[in-house]
Design a protein around this ligand. Structure first.
Ligand SMILES: Cc1cc2nc3c(=O)[nH]c(=O)nc-3n(C[C@H](O)[C@H](O)[C@H](O)COP(=O)(O)OP(=O)(O)OC[C@H]3O[C@@H](n4cnc5c(N)ncnc54)[C@H](O)[C@@H]3O)c2cc1C
Length: 374
């Protein structure tokens, strides 16, 4: 019997697969409802392959956009630097498709599947601490309450304060901000196609735009703190963007939050049935759009491994085989941030490189990520 802490993407995916294997479990969630706002999420072929395998892709398909191209554009003159042929890459490699959708839509589909499975979701259970007594665990929740648990799956997302002493989180930097907005297509000062993701590159700032829900566009801008006057929410480095964007950037009603860097280290006792998945297990920068996809991958691996083994040591060992892949994804997302945010003269060479390299070769260099056999 397992207790899953957190009913986010990782926790719900894990629960659904455990149910398919008739493994008993419950979910403990600190909130009551699913995420309220529709914000965009990219679901890449490595994750859509899993959603198909667990029988959930078909029902979500009507609410998703198929992505055929990723266009990288210079913010300085709005010229295309390169257009990555996602569809061609997918066909060449016989992969599942690349989609965008709303995070709430994905969450609601997962939640409905878990409810249909009859799994008990205990809302308003805010776990503050886990104590390992050797034979069992105590889960402390809502200040004074305790639940005894025989096995735990921590899927509680990213947090500055870990809920278990064997999860170590270190903040490594604080100098980036994320700005997000959802707008109508006509409000965006650039023509976008429904099957494409657009990445606008400037210096020390980049903007990602894609269609995701009810004809709307999801826009995410990541920039250094110095580039933004937070009191007036005006973007400071206009010199790096084409002039038609100035008014748009200043008049958009952004939701703004800090994008801090963290390092998460797990030192779990391999003899104990306690496992960590999703954002609770690692911090991946958003520059490779892999947070949710990794939550799905890990949930799948853990639940399948638990379905085939009851020995915690074997389960930890199998999960440990994913470490190299996670490290590579963390490195690659850091490299993307370095490239996306580079300044002159590096940004000049970056743009030349992007213009001259064969577009498909950018995607071929990510075959290890998207073509992941499960
Ligand atoms: C701006 C932005 C854009 C993104 N874009 C993408 C993208 O395009 N593609 C992509 O793959 N990923 C993207 N991500 C990342 C993605 O949203 C996350 O990586 C993903 O949601 C992680 O899933 P999770 O289940 O681990 O955590 P979460 O989805 O955060 O779920 C954690 C759950 O645990 C609950 N919880 C937390 N603490 C406790 C507690 N103490 N007790 C009980 N319950 C608790 C929470 O309420 C929540 O329900 C983006 C993230 C951001 C911020």
């Amino acid at each position: 019997m397992f207790d899953i802490i957190g009913s986010g993407i990782a926790g719900l995916t894990c629960s659904h697969i455990l149910s398919q294997s008739h493994i008993k479990h419950t979910i403990l969630e600190k909130e009551t409802t699913s995420p309220e706002e529709h914000y965009g999420i990219q679901i890449t072929p490595n994750a859509t392959n899993i959603l198909a395998k667990i029988g959930l892709l078909d029902s979500i398909l009507p609410s998703m956009h198929v992505i055929n191209n990723i266009e990288i554009i210079s913010f300085r003159n709005l010229k295309t630097l390169t257009k990555l042929p996602v569809n061609e890459f997918i066909l060449n490699n016989n992969l599942s498709k690349y989609y965008t959708t709303s995070r709430k839509v994905l969450h609601d589909h997962l939640l409905n599947a878990v409810i249909r499975n009859g799994t008990n979701i205990n809302d308003r259970k805010n776990i503050s601490d886990i104590i390992d007594h050797g034979g069992h665990f105590d889960l402390r929740y809502n200040e004074n309450n305790t639940k005894v648990s025989q096995g735990i799956i921590i899927a509680s997302g990213s947090s500055k304060k870990p809920i278990f002493k064997n999860i170590h989180i270190k903040q490594t930097s604080t100098n980036f901000l994320t700005l997000r907005a959802v707008i109508e297509q006509k409000e965006f000062p650039f023509q976008v196609k429904n099957d494409s993701i657009y990445v606008f590159l400037s210096e020390d700032m980049h903007l990602v735009v894609y269609p995701f829900f009810e004809g709307k566009l999801n826009i995410v801008l990541i920039t250094k703190k110095d580039n933004l006057h937070l009191d007036s929410a005006s973007i400071n480095n206009f010199k790096c963007t084409e002039s038609t964007f100035h008014e748009f950037l200043n008049s958009t009603n952004w939701t703004i939050w800090n994008l801090n860097d963290y390092k998460t280290k797990l030192s779990l006792d391999k003899n104990r049935p306690i496992f960590v998945i999703g954002d609770a297990a690692h911090t991946i920068k958003p520059h490779l759009a892999q947070g949710a996809s990794m939550a799905i991958e890990e949930a799948y691996f853990l639940a399948k491994t638990i379905s085939n083994n009851s020995d915690p040591q074997i389960i930890h060992e199998v999960m440990g085989k994913r470490d190299a892949r996670i490290r590579k994804i963390i490195r690659r997302s850091s490299l993307n941030r370095f490239i996306f945010h580079s300044k002159q003269p590096l940004s000049f060479f970056r743009d030349i490189y992007l213009r001259n390299k064969k577009p498909i070769s950018h995607l071929n260099s990510l075959k290890w990520l998207y073509k992941y056999e499960v």
